[in-house]
Ligand binder design. Sequence first.
Ligand code: HMG
Ligand code: MG
Length: 310
Amino acid sequence: MNYPNFVKIIDVGARDGLQNEKQTVPSDVKIELINGLIDAGVRKLEATSFVSPKWVPQMADNDTVLNGIVKRDDVVYSVLTPNMKGFDAALAHRDQFANYEVVIFGSASEAFSQKNINCSIAESIERFAPVADAAKAHGIKVRGVISCTVGCPYEGDISPDKVAYVTEKLVAIGAQHIGIADTIGVGTPIKVQKALDAALRYIDIDNISGHFHDTYGQALSNTLAALQMGVWQFDTSVAGLGGCPYAKGATGSVATEDVVYLLHGMGIETGIDLDKLVDVGQKISAFLGRQDGSKVATAILNKRKSLTVS
Ligand code: HMG
Ligand code: MG
């Protein structure tokens, strides 16, 4: 088996992780989270969303968060922009970042598209097209993410052909990268490989990433299955934070700590300092008043405790 030497982690904790939180997380806490991730070696992250504050109130402080975080030329900062209103607001921050990326997010499921972004798949492509054009005109990279690529909370199983269809549309309007999301974490390795294979009909392996939620505890297996196909970019969430407000019951993306441990154990580099990352995850989990969602973090924290005691 040929594994890559390096895997790029995109930490989505500050966006996917926090968007679902009922309590308002202060901007300072978000800024500290993002700065902590960067300090731990994360070089690509989703910082916030430019979506309707009525739909996702937690992301309403997007300007404050982007203004407050550490800016480094070697970090890629991504923000979600579902339409031109979101893009125009995101554009105001363009000059603050050497590497700025906007994310257009569609769905392989009609029902989920309606629930999440209030339009059909076809309408979403029409809304994304000017965003992709404007981003290109401003030299901003465009990433497309496709939700529900294996299963949908409303429609059940999703056929790989639907993933291929949406990939083709997103690539045609200018998405340079495609994320394959298992929004509700129902996927298992072969199903996830079929979804990735379908997308690979229209995008090459170096421009595809996996975004696997861990609701059914399958996300690490799915990550390994994707790695075996040559995928080397993964969205992960520190402390396993998160979920999607429009996918009830779905838990967060696979914990960054768990993926980093898996990769380092396989001799694959990530550039991330796992100990520092565990501290970042622990801090935000403590703020939210919950158990750290990463098994690896929990094990490392327990080990640290036992070393202090003995
Ligand atoms: P809409 O209501 O259909 O939009 O929302 P509209 O164009 O009809 O406008 C209605 C109102 O919203 C207007 O305000 C607009 O100005 C405002 P009003 O005149 O009523 O005061 N509006 C906006 N305000 C701020 N920023 C904007 C914006 N657009 C319109 N960009 C919209 C359409 C997409 C905006 C809405 O449905 C929405 O915000 N949905 C939330 C989407 C979201 O953030 N979902 C979670 C992230 S996706 C995810 O988690 C999945 C992912 O992780 C992958 C996976 O796991 O599957 C990426
Ligand atoms: Mg997600």
